[in-house]
Design a protein around this ligand. Structure first.
Ligand code: FE
Length: 259
């Protein structure tokens, strides 16, 4: 578990893709990655997380931004490990938070002050584009993977795809670093994907979309990331063979037996 910020990409022009330190390592809560993209003096924090990491993730983000400012807070979906500390991020910065339109009226239940609620904006179902300091970011549909309203971010400058819960691993030999041995890494992903992902059809649609992009790195919200075309390709191939969610559990709708 890394206790320092890791640069997944850094260009001479100042474009930076940073994986923040794992502030909650060893906690009872599921490990979660916070990513920061910086370009032209502006930043986007992705899936900033809950209250236990809020203060440290905010301080590290502001330190990395220096004289720049946080422009966007990206929320891939509505889960607490992503959204719980949103009110603090909105109160402490002038950033605009973008979340899937489907969840816009549910997220305020986490406790969003009326003074900042106008800065929570809907991402339409089909996705959209955002400009970060002049660099384009693509917001891609990832519905049912796993949330019914779910979005991912593709950064064409770094060629990094931020895949939220897709590609998540728990207990990988690589921790939250780069995957070194794909076959050894698979057991840390399989159970999570088979149960948390909704539909194999959704997986196939997503991999087809991603194969049309130039992706050099896939960075999930939990666990290790896939660096380079070989690892990215192995991951996409693995997803194309995986049966998940309803395709495994269509017969689960039964009254449970009494003990
Ligand atoms: Fe989730």
């Amino acid at each position: 578990m890394s206790l320092t910020t890791t640069a997944l990409f850094e260009s001479p022009g100042g474009h930076r893709n940073l994986l923040l330190p794992d502030h909650a390592a060893g906690d009872a809560a599921v490990q979660a990655n916070q990513h920061l993209i910086v370009h032209g003096g502006e930043g986007m924090i992705l899936d900033p997380g809950g209250h236990k990491v809020y203060a440290k993730a905010l301080a590290e983000s502001l330190a990395q931004l220096g004289s720049g400012s946080l422009k966007y807070i990206f929320l891939s979906h509505q889960d607490p490990d992503i959204v719980a500390a949103l009110n603090g991020w909105l109160l402490s910065t002038d950033a605009v938070a973008w979340a899937p339109a489907l969840w816009l009226r549910f997220i305020p239940h986490f406790g969003i002050d009326k003074y900042v609620i106008d800065r929570l904006k809907p991402i339409p179902d089909e996705g959209m584009y955002l400009s970060l300091g002049g660099a384009e970011l693509m917001i891609l549909p990832a519905h049912f993977l796993h949330s019914v309203g779910n979005m991912h971010v593709y950064d064409p400058t770094s060629k990094i795809l931020y895949s939220g819960d897709l590609g998540a691993s728990v207990g990988s030999p690589d921790g939250c670093g780069a995957v070194t041995d794909f076959d050894a890494h698979v057991p840390s992903m399989r159970g999570f994907h088979e149960r948390y992902m909704v539909s194999s059809k959704a997986l196939r649609g997503w991999t087809a979309m991603v194969r049309g992009l130039d992706v050099q790195c896939i960075a999930p919200q939990h666990g290790a990331y896939f660096q380079g075309p070989e690892r990215v390709g192995r991951f996409l191939d693995w997803l194309d063979t995986l049966e998940v969610g309803l395709d495994r559990m269509a017969d689960c709708y039964r009254v449970p037996p009494r003990p």
